[in-house]
Design a protein around this ligand. Structure first.
Ligand code: GBH
Length: 469
């Protein structure tokens, strides 16, 4: 098309993996079908005041019934890969013991239809839908849950690994621990900093035990990972107090997770900063760090926006999700915001990916989520979403810059394939590159979806501009 004539393009490495991502609870619906047990998100959404508008996991995108059409849509967009998550309560309705074959059969059907279309499946074993039965026994506050997760991971892996080669254990354990048990904005809605740090350790232990169990039965073709939500932490000044504020937030947001899974153990400064809320020596047993540091084949990174901080009085407890954080003020986002109010900052994305060249040295990175929410409308069969398209292209250029600066980034998966249940925001926030009408379940590819399709087709992004016709 004319728009590209004479325009410079930024080409991605050959074999760069292009696709989109979703998560079970956010799209499947059918929450009581085929023996599925309740998850903490069913309970949380049924609790008045927790999810905006009283929205629940029904009907979501009714993907449980419409998966075949959705896979056809992925093929139409030219996706080479699709990242989905397995709902633990479909597979083990109470979180342990009995396996529900109808739950596994759904993922068989999904994986088979992806493979039929030549789309590479990427499975995440836990994207926040903990079986309620396990929460009733303490959830991630209990060390036992880590073992239950490893059992579940092993059985799903055993069942699907003949067809699924790329795996992630947890999606964003920071969110599960700090939003689920720290400020209570996510399920199970517990607000207790000690519980949040306890959950963090048990999630990471669960990751490590799952890695060990999967590795023991994995063939050479299996590539195992974890997905972390990492972020660049920015301060206005470079004085000592500001650097100290950055260090603290960076510790809880990034290094606690990254250092642990890279086999470096928990960072000493984070342990020291938070020892006033949790007894780490009682929590972390001998050998745990070694389990958690099991070698990764790749690292999934989800990036949306940076964090901004400023120093505060040393003993002022920081309001917000980070447990035990003191002496830091979290600043509001700046500049262009998304419809969700998140800062758009592609430069900070490049910085993050470049940094991983050192802090995750030797481990290839896949961007497993990146995207933006805006209030889209369908108009005469078309969804014009110039802001999302711009966010997408800006962030793809940011990935390209990172690769040029030596970052080992192997793929990019857009969040999300479909508009879906956006957790505490319910259906009010739309992240899809495909619009979903929740009354009719009609899907409409947005302009941003067409832009991504074009990028995939060319394995390149225009060096500037947002024209995608
Ligand atoms: C991901 O989490 C999830 O994996 C996915 O399920 C979800 O739908 C998607 O992103 C979009 O939310 O309030 O300005 O301080 C994102 C993790 C953590 C990113 C909190 C934004 C707060 C930004 N999020 N963070 S702000």
């Amino acid at each position: 098309p004319a728009t590209e004539v004479g325009q410079d393009v930024l080409r991605f490495p050959p074999d760069f993996l292009w696709g989109a991502a979703t998560a079970s609870f956010q799209i499947e619906g059918a929450t009581t079908e085929d023996g599925r047990g309740p998850s903490i998100w069913d309970t949380f959404a049924a609790t008045p005041g927790k999810v905006l508008g009283g929205d629940t996991g029904e009907p979501a995108c009714d993907h449980y019934h419409r998966y075949a059409d959705d896979v056809a849509l992925m093929a139409e967009l030219g996706l080479a890969a699709y990242r989905f998550s397995v709902a633990w309560p479909r597979v083990q309705p109470t979180g342990s013991g009995r396996v529900e074959p109808r739950g596994l059969a759904f993922y068989d059907r999904l994986v088979d239809s992806l493979l039929d279309r030549g789309i590479q499946p990427i499975a995440t074993l836990y994207h926040w839908d903990l079986p309620q039965g396990l929460e009733d026994q303490g959830g991630w506050r209990s060390r036992e849950t880590a073992h239950r997760f490893a059992d579940y991971a092993a059985l799903v892996h055993e069942h699907l690994s003949d067809r699924v080669k790329l795996w992630s254990t947890l999606n964003e354990p920071w969110c599960s621990a700090f939003l689920g048990y720290g400020n209570g904005v996510h399920a199970p809605g517990v607000a207790d900093p000690a519980a949040a740090l306890t959950a963090a350790h048990h999630l990471l232990l669960g990751h490590g035990l799952a890695m060990r169990a999967m590795r023991a039965q994995a063939g050479d073709d299996q590539r195992l990972s974890i997905v972390l939500n990492l972020s660049t932490v920015l301060a206005d000044r470079d004085d000592e107090a500001s650097r100290e504020a950055v260090r603290k937030v960076d510790g809880l947001q990034n290094r606690l997770w990254l250092d642990a899974v890279m086999g470096r153990g928990y960072p000493a400064d984070v342990l020291a900063d938070t020892s006033w809320v949790v007894d780490w020596d009682g929590l972390v047993r001998d050998g745990d760090q070694e389990v958690i540091g099991a070698p990764l084949d790749w690292l999934g990174v989800n990036y949306y926006s940076p964090s901004r901080v400023a120093p505060a009085g040393a003993h002022v407890v920081t309001d917000g999700p980070h447990p035990g954080l003191r002496g830091v003020e979290l600043l509001p986002p700046r500049g262009e915001l998304t419809g969700f109010g998140w800062e758009q900052n592609a430069e900070a994305f490049t910085e993050l990916l470049v940094r991983l060249g050192t802090e995750a040295a030797g481990v290839p990175v896949v961007v497993t989520e990146n995207g933006s929410a805006f209030p889209d409308v369908v108009d005469a069969g078309r969804v014009a979403d110039p802001e999302r398209t711009r966010y997408l292209l800006d962030h793809l250029r940011a990935v390209h810059r990172a690769v040029e600066r030596g970052a080992d980034v192997r793929g990019y998966l857009a969040w999300s394939l479909l508009d879906n249940f956006e957790w505490a925001a319910g259906y009010s926030q739309r992240f899809g590159i495909v619009h979903v009408d929740y009354d009719t379940q009609v899907r409409t590819v947005k302009d941003s979806g067409r832009a991504l399709a074009r990028v995939i087709d060319r394995n390149a992004v225009p060096a500037e501009g947002y024209q995608v016709s």
